[in-house]
Design a binder for this molecule. Structure first.
Ligand code: GUN
Length: 281
């Protein structure tokens, strides 16, 4: 079984991006800039944002974090986004989710101009991705896609089963694999015979948020299994895949942690660089 090393893959990607930033700096005499807006003091968000900032700086991006207390007015956040939209030194804008209840998430997402939407959450980018046009691609599914391609460069005709239908993961993952000529089934917590569906997959991407849902006898021999889940349980952090059981049948499997997670942030940096390149074509 191949244990897919997301930390290593992310470090390799960061190295590549670092070189690219140097060559962009040479060519344009400026570097891509990422601005993250963080509202409130939720611990996981603080950790994510710190890691994003650290990685961005490491590859040579200009990185800025704007922090607000969780009582900030929605209008103030929207005003700041408008300012960043019009700031040429900012290539990418990310508003860390979740947001406090009094702030309308959709309004915030739509306020970010699609050209600077490094999350790929703006409806324009969602539409472009599903139409097969150029777009920002959500970081987590992009990371999963790159890991899958490392194991299996030719995905033509493969049967992929996605468990979970979120806008963040399941839906964009579907688009990426369709583009690679996979036959894609989207399943979710209400699917009849989820086990039977999973058993058909040459590739399984589990992103449903149910601890260790995908069992060993749900997985076809030699399938590639990508675990997007991060679930806190009394036994510690576990994914959506029962790791020990599935590792006995799968050809390749991502661990939790150390699988998809590190790739997500590296892909955010990649998206920031892509936005810069499109803006400076
Ligand atoms: N919170 C958890 N994951 C994400 C993400 O990918 N993007 C944003 N903006 N917030 C998140």
């Amino acid at each position: 079984m191949i244990l897919i090393d997301g930390k290593k893959a992310a470090a390799d990607l960061r190295e590549e991006l670092k070189k690219e930033v140097l060559s962009l700096k040479d060519k344009f005499n400026k570097v891509p800039g990422l601005t993250v807006i963080l509202i409130g003091d939720l611990a996981p968000s603080q950790i994510y944002v710190r890691n994003k900032e650290k990685s961005a700086t490491e590859v040579g991006l200009k990185s800025e974090v704007i922090r607000y207390s969780d009582s900030v007015e929605e209008s103030e956040v929207l005003k700041k986004i408008d300012e960043l939209n019009n700031d040429d030194s900012v290539s990418g804008i990310l508003v860390q989710l979740p947001l406090p209840k009094h702030i309308d998430k959709q309004k915030v997402i739509e306020a970010i101009m699609p050209e600077k939407d490094v999350d790929g959450f703006h409806p324009m980018n969602v539409g472009n991705l599903s139409s097969g046009y150029e777009s920002s691609i959500p970081c987590t599914p992009l990371g999963c896609y790159l890991l899958i391609k490392k194991i299996e460069p030719n995905l033509n005709g493969k049967k992929a089963v996605i468990v979970g239908r979120s806008n963040l993961n399941g839906k964009p993952m579907t688009q990426l694999l369709l583009k690679e000529n996979c036959t894609v089934t989207i399943t979710h917590s209400k699917t009849n015979d989820l086990k039977g569906e999973c058993l058909k997959g040459d590739i399984i991407v589990a992103a449903v948020g149910i601890p260790e849902l995908v069992k060993g006898d749900w997985v076809k021999k030699d399938a590639i299994v990508i675990d997007v889940g991060i679930n806190k349980t009394e036994n510690g952090l576990v994914g959506d895949v029962a790791f020990d059981e599935v590792s006995k049948v799968a050809k390749a499997l991502t661990p939790v942690p150390g699988g998809v997670g590190p790739m997500t942030i590296a892909c955010l940096l990649k998206n920031t660089i892509e936005c810069f390149k499109r803006a400076n074509k």
